[in-house]
Design a protein around this ligand. Structure first.
Ligand code: SF4
Length: 408
């Protein structure tokens, strides 16, 4: 269900969202769907939610059932996990049914399309407006060059008043997640007995502590901090999703600590990174269930690389190249969360991608003159690769680590 029909792009407010983890598509999207449906059916006295596809296969680990029941309160709500239905119109499909005195009075099919966004089948009522006139990096870059804009100026011009205040809240929420995360200790919920490690990483000494290894350790500590908060059902920002929420804040917070960048500078970087995320969301996917983890952590890495390139004042070509490198080397990355929890491999993967984003910017700063692949092309490659990845590796927990981990 890729958005070929759309001529431009939605607001970055549809990309950066604040909500409770652990999964934008499995908790934030279904929560929004349930609350919207409840609001539309005020006569109902009971609800039922039927989860299909990836929502059914990994919904328990992701807490989809818990969110559905909570959203429908004070009314009772039952949740059915339908893992058998095939040929679904979207891998994250759910039906919501309203009852009154035991009679079915309304039902809707909803798709959780990634990043907390939803689409009601046959109904465009909740489809956010298209506010960006362009949908390729090439067109945006041409427009910006003509106007003498940097990418963040294009974003601010398009988003209009109040957007900076929105982005301040986004950045403050990202920072809060890091600060909470590097103090937090204990075991993550879900039964895998995964220990929270951000605090340890933050305070530890590397066996070969140097400026470089310390940078790695700190960036990883910040990525772990956000991802562990996400896995603990705490508040995070989708960047572009909950599962990949640690990458971008880790890179920017580290640079702010190191160089003393002001919040206004970080927000411009976030706007630049957000534009890259929006391009992927529009032309490929940011959903692990649609295109695998390349769409989530790969996109997060590209957003972080572009944001950092903006923070360092690199030119348009270098920003593009940094984002392109970040995606290119995540192509084909599968999504195989163990027990359907957003913990293994997700938390470590956020840290690795954060370091990779910094490397991508270094490479781009030297090599952009000789590059051969555009950002637009690599996004198309992500989409095609995502379609070719077997379903077992797209947030179903039926392949890869999710299966191997449970074998003797
Ligand atoms: S493996 Fe990647 S896409 Fe899958 S749940 Fe984890 S972070 Fe999300």
């Amino acid at each position: 269900m890729l958005s070929e029909r759309i001529k431009g792009m939605e607001s970055l407010k549809e990309l950066y969202k604040i909500g409770r983890g652990p999964s934008s598509s499995h908790t934030m999207g279904p929560e929004k769907a349930c609350l919207t449906f409840k609001e539309q059916n005020l006569d109902a006295d009971e609800f039922k939610v039927v989860l299909y596809g990836s929502l059914a296969k990994t919904g328990r680990g992701h807490g989809t059932d818990v969110v559905a029941v909570q959203s429908m309160k004070p009314h009772p709500c039952s949740v059915e996990f339908n893992t058998k239905s095939e040929n679904l119109p979207h891998p994250n499909t759910m039906d919501i049914i309203a009852y009154k005195d035991g009679k079915d009075i309304n039902r809707k099919r909803v798709f959780s399309v990634g990043g907390g966004s939803i689409r009601f089948e046959g109904c465009d009522l909740v489809t956010p407006p298209i506010i960006y006139p362009h949908r390729t990096f090439k067109d945006i870059a041409e427009y910006c060059k003509e106007k003498g804009f940097r990418l963040w100026q294009y974003v601010e011009q398009t988003e209009g008043d109040n957007f900076k205040a929105y982005m301040e809240e986004i950045w403050n929420t990202m920072k809060s997640a890091i600060l909470r995360g590097i103090e937090d200790q204990g075991i993550l919920p879900g039964g895998l007995e995964v220990h929270k490690k951000a605090k340890h990483l933050y305070n530890a000494q590397h066996i070969d502590e140097s400026a470089e290894t310390k940078e790695n350790r700190m960036v990883c500590a910040f990525a772990f901090a956000v991802s562990e908060q996400n896995a603990s059902f705490e508040r995070v920002v989708t960047a572009p999703t909950c599962g990949a929420a640690g990458v971008l804040p880790a890179v920017l917070f580290y640079q702010q600590q190191k160089h003393g960048f002001k919040d206004e500078q970080i927000i411009k970087a976030l706007e630049t990174g957000g534009l890259i995320g929006n391009l992927v969301k529009t032309n490929a996917s940011i959903s692990g269930a649609e295109c695998g983890c390349q769409a989530e952590v790969g996109t997060a890495c590209a957003m972080a690389a572009a944001a950092l390139a903006e923070l360092f004042g690199l030119n348009m070509d270098k920003i593009e190249y940094a984002a392109e490198i970040a995606i290119e080397h995540h192509l084909g990355l599968t999504c195989d969360p163990v027990c359907g929890l957003v913990q293994i491999p997700c938390i470590e993967r956020n840290a690795v991608a954060a370091m990779r984003a910094i490397n991508a910017v270094s490479l781009a700063s030297f090599l952009s003159d000789t590059r051969k692949i555009s950002l637009d092309k690599v996004i198309v490659a992500m989409r095609k690769t995502g379609h070719d990845i077997l379903e077992e590796y797209k947030e179903t927990s039926e392949g890869g680590l999710a299966v191997i981990m449970n074998e003797n």
